[in-house]
Design a binder for this molecule. Structure first.
Ligand code: NAD
Length: 352
């Protein structure tokens, strides 16, 4: 049994679905169901007894301690976080509360639980912390990509809060010997992505005939990874990573934001043509985000060399799959945008 936090969000839900589709080990899924958590992501597991969903905050020590004692997980995979950079600029407090205090609270509970385990289980236990490449700051055009030894230089409240959580995880390994693993991954995209982030936002707005907003001139560069490739990498690190190590995960897909939007428009022109013109006609440049990082790029050679992981999807194949998923899942998008799933969640959990 493993315990996953944040498994109703974008990457966490993809991870849980993939995990249960490919092996029989049960999952406890602890999630606070913020605006980003969506139980519809997990509706296919409704009758699956291997999945135990628990509606709770990682800061809720009593619940976390109870779950650890009752279920004795062999590993924790920690996704739960506030994850949207723009939201962190407008309201950083929630990012400190969940990403910093929440990770600290979780680490404290896990440390007590782990310290009491028999020696063999103690040695086999893993705490895998899922983090971001944004902790490394911003690169200039000709800088080499981030490696695991690049100094931390976070620039947004989001990346600063993730950097703080990475440091806490590192300290729990060095101070207490907790067998931790940290992964720092580039931008993900794929099915179940909340339509506030660039790729699903552009797909959703394009199809609704709305503007496609691009910050500034769209020259910011990001590395993109298809979400199932990220999930596969996390599993590889969980099974074979060396405790105390960090692993960078990336897709070797550096693209400017403008290039990403153009590619989405071109694929949509092919898959769902408009009556007149191209989706590119809907592109609008808007005022740049304050402190917008210029470029992120990941050097993923360590995980490739040590653990034999490589992404299966290219940017083009992954994006085609993503757009096809959104074209086939209008009901999911409509529910997310209408907030209807929130009402459903309230109904489901009001008595728990
Ligand atoms: P998301 O915002 O889609 O999902 C986050 C989930 O965590 C939601 O289900 C939410 O309800 C839950 N959550 C939030 N606060 C919580 C709390 N206090 N207690 C319990 N649950 C809580 O995020 P995502 O994009 O799936 O990212 C997951 C993790 O991966 C995050 O840690 C993020 O920093 C990291 N990451 C994301 C990306 C990316 O491109 N999305 C890239 C690298 C790393």
């Amino acid at each position: 049994m493993i315990l996953v936090t944040g498994g109703a969000g974008f990457i966490g839900a993809n991870f849980v679905l993939n995990w249960l589709a490919t092996n029989n080990e049960a999952v406890i899924n602890l999630d606070k169901l913020t605006y980003a958590g969506n139980l519809n992501n997990l509706s296919s597991l409704k009758d699956d007894t291997r999945h135990l969903f628990v509606h709770a905050d990682i800061n809720d020590k009593a619940t976390v301690n109870r779950l650890l004692q009752e279920h004795q997980p062999r590993a924790i995979v920690h996704f739960a976080a506030e994850s949207h950079v723009d939201r962190s600029i407008h309201g950083p407090a929630a990012f400190i509360e969940t990403n910093v205090n929440g990770t600290f609270s979780l680490l404290e509970s896990v440390r007590s639980y782990w310290q009491a385990l028999p020696d063999a289980e103690k040695a086999a236990f893993r705490f895998l912390h899922v983090s971001t490449d944004e902790v490394y700051g911003s690169l200039e055009a000709n800088d080499p990509p981030f490696t695991e030894t690049t100094p931390y230089a976070p620039n947004s409240p989001y990346s600063a809060s993730k950097a703080a959580s990475d440091h806490l995880v590192r300290a729990y390994h060095h101070t207490y010997g907790l067998p931790t693993l940290t992964t720092n991954c580039s931008n993900n995209y794929g099915p179940l992505h909340f339509p506030e982030k660039l790729i699903p936002l552009v797909i959703t707005n394009a199809r609704a005939g709305k503007d496609l907003p691009i910050y500034g001139d769209g020259s910011q560069v990001r590395d993109w990874l298809y979400v199932s490739d990220h999930c596969a990498a996390i599993r590889r690190v969980l099974e074979s990573g060396r405790p105390g190590e960090t692993y960078n995960i990336g897709g070797w897909n550096e693209k400017t934001n403008l290039n990403v939007v153009h590619t989405i428009c071109d694929l949509l022109d092919e898959l769902q043509p408009k009556a007149n013109g191209s989706y590119r006609d809907q592109i609008r440049h808007v005022k740049d985000r304050p402190g917008h990082d210029k470029r992120y790029a990941i050097d993923a050679r360590k995980i490739e060399r040590e653990l034999g992981w490589k992404p299966a999807e290219s940017f083009e194949t992954g994006l085609r799959k993503t757009i096809s998923w959104y074209l086939a899942n209008d009901a999911w998008t409509e529910q997310v945008l209408s907030g209807e799933y929130k009402n459903w969640v309230n109904l489901q959990y009001q008595n728990q």
